[in-house]
Design a binder for this molecule. Structure first.
Ligand SMILES: *Cc1c(COP(=O)(O)O)cnc(C)c1O
Length: 355
């Protein structure tokens, strides 16, 4: 409510209407901005909403977008439907393209979207090389940083313009809310705020409250997730030489050099690949696990296992790893019990293979 006509007409007043947020909105925006080293942040009702708002903030009809082939599938769906209908074309590139992106950039390229690591297949992108290849061209670099969180990677300091989080995952941390954030440098922020306001894609106060609560323990949770995921990844590598583990924090990962240069820690999520096997073997493993639940979302207390099919998603570079991919989110259950659960699952899988 406004007390006077002067106040009503004063457009500099911060809280004029619900869609412009509340003091709580500003508090969470400020935390994320500070962690990311951003000029400002907007809160959205989901990670996908943050991705779509951020992309729409820097693309117009006739423009072209370049996207890593390892991108989260709903991001690809947004590009192939809404953006396509607006006359915005998307081309996908090898996540390990590095400065080879130069050859990919055209006159019409206005944005490059990265997700490092890809949240199923865990290739890292060389953000400094990609940002460097752009030179002085007017191209916005966006990074989905949900895996590492700003505690372990700060894409804006590596040359990105907008950094996005599915706050549903690590920020909220308890699998009980959905939210997304997009944070920008000074160049990209005005467009981001304008698009966010215009689309009305705001996070609700309750979700903002739950996420603010999650931020208070983000650092301790990430430390614990990191240690547990690395321990299980190493344990899996030792379980059998027939298991291929995809975790950028392990020396065996092809992008471990980029990881050591650009990241100060690793997340809760990694994948492993088991030898080709009939569907019954996959089902025998995942249908009978006791601690690892089967589900897509991640970031909470509970550990998750997810069979996935990257070969069905890729378009730029076919996924050539033979075998079945499983993604794990490592939560806070007893480590011995988690290993026992995985151990029996693997035994069920390999026994169907006669191994
Ligand atoms: C879950 C996820 C998203 C989407 O977030 P929602 O909050 O579920 O909309 C985006 N990127 C990554 C890497 C994710 O894991």
């Amino acid at each position: 409510m406004f007390d006077t006509l002067d106040e009503l007409e004063d457009h500099k007043i911060r809280y004029r209407y619900g869609r412009q947020g509340t003091p709580l909105t500003s508090a969470l925006e400020d935390v994320v901005s500070e962690l990311e080293g951003a000029e400002g942040t907007v809160l959205c009702p989901s990670g996908v909403a943050a991705i779509s708002v951020a992309l729409l903030s820097c693309l117009s009809s006739g423009d072209e977008l370049l996207v890593t082939d390892s991108v989260y599938e709903p991001t690809r769906a947004f590009c192939e439907t809404v953006l396509k209908r607006q006359g915005i074309t998307t081309r996908y590139f090898d996540p390990r393209i590095g400065d080879g992106i130069s050859a990919f950039i055209s006159e019409r390229t206005r944005a490059i979207f990265l997700e490092s690591p890809g949240s199923l297949t865990f290739e890292l992108q060389d953000i400094p090389a990609i940002a460097g290849a752009i030179g002085s061209r007017d191209i916005t670099v966006l990074v989905d940083n949900s895996w590492a969180t700003p505690l372990y990677c700060k894409p804006l300091s590596l040359g990105a313009d907008i950094v996005i989080h599915s706050g549903t995952k690590m920020f909220a941390g308890h699998s009980d809310t959905m939210i997304g954030t997009a944070s920008a440098n000074a160049k990209a922020l005005p467009g981001l705020i304008k698009t966010h306001r215009t689309l009305g894609q705001i996070a609700s106060p309750d979700d903002t409250f739950l996420t603010m609560r999650g931020m208070r323990t983000l650092a301790v949770r990430m430390k614990e997730h990191q240690a547990r995921a690395l321990e299980l990844a190493q344990w899996l590598e030792g379980w059998s030489d027939k298991i291929k583990v995809l975790h950028p924090g392990l020396p065996s990962h092809p992008d471990h050099g980029v990881f050591k240069r650009d990241f100060s820690g690793s997340g809760s999520l990694f994948s492993f690949i088991l030898p080709e096997a009939p569907r019954t073997a996959k089902a025998a493993m995942v249908d009978n696990m006791t601690l690892f639940g089967m589900g897509y979302s991640w970031g909470g207390f509970e550990s998750l296992v997810l069979p996935a099919w990257p070969q069905k998603i890729r378009t730029a570079v076919p996924w050539r790893e033979p075998g079945n991919l499983f993604r794990l989110h490592v939560g806070f259950e007893d480590m011995g019990e988690l290993k026992a659960d995985l151990d029996s699952g693997l035994k069920r899988y390999f026994s169907i293979l006669g191994m």
